[in-house]
Design a protein around this ligand. Structure first.
Ligand code: TMP
Length: 221
């Protein structure tokens, strides 16, 4: 990140039903209580253009014919907009930005799970985000069976495009995250997403506090 960015970017990753939203809500409460200004983003979406792309990607009836390549470019387009419209301005004013999914979702879902070659995936990811890379990425790791059953419970009458995937897809997603985390140990922090909510909350807050202290953003508690 450039020196003009005084904020800190933290991303949450994991398969469907890994409990990211619950833990993000809890982390935001901790951060705000200790005096930090926080921005939470969700992908795909988070901007007007991004929400339209989200609809196209996830809910549109016409998307069943979408190729993996088109899907990759749409996720990247949504992120490129989000970075410039929301994330960069927040980082420039010293906020802690929490991303509910970021570029690693593309590496894992489109690269590892949909088998697009990693070279174009990495190049497109890099083009979309520029130098805006999280300094900490928290992965909530859950078995594929847990993802699938949580997705089925969550899905309404008409499951969305991503929710129609089968168990093998979620196995590839899980494996993709674990391989990526292993290759970038200085950025990734992997937790067992099946642990108790309170236990995860404590582990995440401890990790984030230490991370912010290292980044010289003081926490008061
Ligand atoms: P969510 O809002 O429940 O996290 O759903 C977003 C879906 O989009 C989820 O299935 C993961 C998928 N996705 C990708 O395939 N690639 C991406 O780059 C991102 C951000 C999400």
């Amino acid at each position: 990140m450039s020196s003009q960015q005084t904020g800190v970017l933290i991303s949450f990753e994991g398969a469907e039903g890994s409990g990211k939203s619950t833990q993000i809500d809890r982390l935001v409460t901790h951060l705000e209580k200790s005096g930090h200004e926080v921005l939470v983003t969700r992908e795909p979406g988070g901007t007007e253009i991004g929400e339209e792309i989200r609809h196209l990607l996830i809910h549109s009836k016409s998307n069943s014919a979408m190729t993996p390549e088109a899907e990759l470019l749409l996720f990247a387009a949504s992120r490129a907009q989000l970075v410039r419209e929301c994330i960069l301005p927040a980082l420039t004013t010293g906020k802690v930005v929490i991303c509910d999914r970021f570029l690693d979702s593309t590496t894992v879902y489109q690269g590892a799970a949909r088998s697009i070659a990693m070279d174009p995936v990495n190049q497109i990811n890099a083009f979309a985000v520029g130098d805006v890379i999280p300094s900490l990425t928290i992965v909530l790791d859950v078995p594929a069976e847990v993802s699938l059953s949580r997705v089925k419970r969550r899905a309404s009458d008409l499951p969305d495009r991503m929710e129609q995937e089968n168990i093998d897809f979620y196995r590839l997603v899980r494996e993709g995250y674990l391989i990526l985390a292993k290759s970038l140990p200085e950025r990734f922090y992997v937790l067992d997403g099946t642990s108790a909510i309170e236990e995860l909350d404590t582990a995440i807050w401890e990790k984030v506090k230490t991370h912010l202290e290292k980044k010289e953003l003081s926490c008061s508690n």
